[in-house]
Design a protein around this ligand. Structure first.
Ligand SMILES: [Fe+2]
Length: 448
């Protein structure tokens, strides 16, 4: 990737790259923040005259009557109402696609290498390409997985995804996400969620940036219930970070791009729409540092289901599976006795998409690699791993530096045409070759 066209964040538009952002904390709770003191009016959200000459605007991410625990809405107090924009015209979405796709879901195992683009002039939006997905925004269920590679900041472009919330997962390069509700800085090991319909811009803090985006068409991501675990552990509420209000008061041409029902639509503005001076409510973007995850696991024998690593969930059916679960496999101790410690062989009713961000994953894979295992597709340890884990001494063992994200969904994934041209790890399935049958041998049970 060329760096000639790269533009780092270093101007008055976004602030300095060295600017240390501050955050609020929590998830799902009611928060309020103001960039200019006195913006928020006590006791009401629609005063006759909003302080500082601003206007009040409601953003409701869930239906008005949704139960309190799941209701997501915020009032934003801004310089201009969002309705001030030119007419939307449909534009080319490039490799950014929305399911359903043409190809049928495949029961084969897939493994892709890290995404690198040959295009040297892409921003976060034009640099996105879709790998796979299920469901559709029309049915408000399912998800899509996109990769991105950017060499310049968005600057004069602002994006809003009205199809789904966006889980942004950086691989290389730090980015600053300037949303209507403030700024989030993101690096490898952190993930961010931008609510459906919220306007934002992505600026680069380094020469280039690559990573993945998971678009969720279903119920908004929330913390999983902890059940018998109790009140602490896994992802703790206090470890989610939410921006403080930040705004631009700028008159300059800006292209507003909406992803709406699977297509991109653009409108012209003569001002920055990132002009929210203060806000209060329960709908907001947030980020999470995977290093803060508090893993739990077996203290005696066997291997837990990966659900124990869930830190965000978009529920669907309690029996058939989630619309999308997000799980974090991070550094942890393995102490199970007389047990096969790696994930064993399995066939699950839900499918899984894995993102290998950091750590050791075996010979064929490097950081940024991804795998897709659709529903019921068998998988498990490679033959070498099987032999090694059968023979290893079971002393306490630390999994160091590992960062793997696992996305599970009850709906089978379809691949895009782009997935076919994305470089695959060609010998991925070879890891399961060479299995040694033991039944009837000295080690196995003798059949009479
Ligand atoms: Fe699996």
């Amino acid at each position: 990737m060329s760096t000639e066209n790269s533009e780092r964040v270093d101007d008055a538009t976004t602030g300095s790259a060295s600017e240390e952002l501050i955050y609020q904390s929590g998830l799902g709770n009611e928060l309020e923040t103001e960039a200019i003191p006195g913006t928020l009016t006590v006791g009401q959200n629609s005063p006759q005259r909003v302080p500082h000459g601003l206007v009040s605007e409601l953003i409701s991410g869930t239906t008005f009557t949704a139960p309190r625990a799941h209701n997501r809405r915020s009032y934003v107090f801004r310089i201009r109402p969002s309705v001030v924009h030119g007419r939307f015209e449909q534009i080319d979405g490039g490799n950014l696609r929305t399911p359903p796709f043409d190809a049928p879901p495949s029961p084969n195992n897939y493994c892709w290498g890290p995404f690198t683009s040959t295009v040297s002039d892409d921003d976060f939006i034009s640099g996105m390409a879709t790998l796979c997905g299920n469901g559709s925004p029309h049915s408000q269920s399912g998800m899509a997985v996109h990769v991105y590679a950017a060499t310049r900041s968005m600057h004069d472009r602002v994006f809003a995804d009205t199809d789904g919330e966006m889980l942004i997962i950086p691989q290389t390069g730090r980015i600053r996400i300037f949303t209507e509700m403030g700024k989030l800085d993101l690096r490898l090991g952190e993930v961010a969620v931008i609510p459906k319909g919220l306007k934002f811009r992505v600026d680069l803090l380094d020469d280039s940036a690559t990573g993945l985006v998971c678009e969720n068409f279903g119920l908004p991501l929330r913390l999983p219930e902890l059940g018998l675990i109790g009140t602490n552990g896994l992802a703790n509420v206090a470890d989610f970070e939410i921006p403080v209000a930040a705004f631009e008061d700028q008159e300059r041409p800006v292209q507003l791009v909406h992803k709406f029902a699977g297509n991109l639509w653009a409108a012209s503005l003569e001002h920055s729409p990132l002009d929210v001076v203060g806000w209060r409510g329960s709908l907001y973007p947030f980020k999470y540092d995977l290093d803060r995850f508090v893993p739990m696991g077996p203290l005696s024998v066997d291997h837990p289901d990966p659900s124990i690593f869930t830190f965000l969930t978009s529920p669907s059916d309690p029996i058939l599976g989630p619309n999308m679960d997000v799980m974090a496999l991070t550094p942890r101790w393995l102490v199970a006795e007389r047990s096969f410690r790696p994930p064993g062989y399995h066939r699950n009713c839900v499918g899984e998409f894995s993102i290998f961000l950091a750590g050791e994953f075996g010979k064929a894979m490097e950081p940024g690699s991804t795998t897709l295992t659709n529903n019921w597709t068998p998988h498990g340890p490679g033959t070498r791993t099987l032999e090694m884990a059968r023979a290893m001494e079971l002393s306490p063992q630390k999994v160091e530096d590992q960062k793997i994200l696992l996305l599970e969904s009850r709906f089978p994934m379809q691949l895009t045409q782009f997935a076919d041209v994305m470089p695959q790890v060609s010998n991925y399935a070879a890891q399961w070759e060479g299995f040694t049958k033991r039944l009837g041998t000295q080690e196995g049970i003798q059949i009479r």
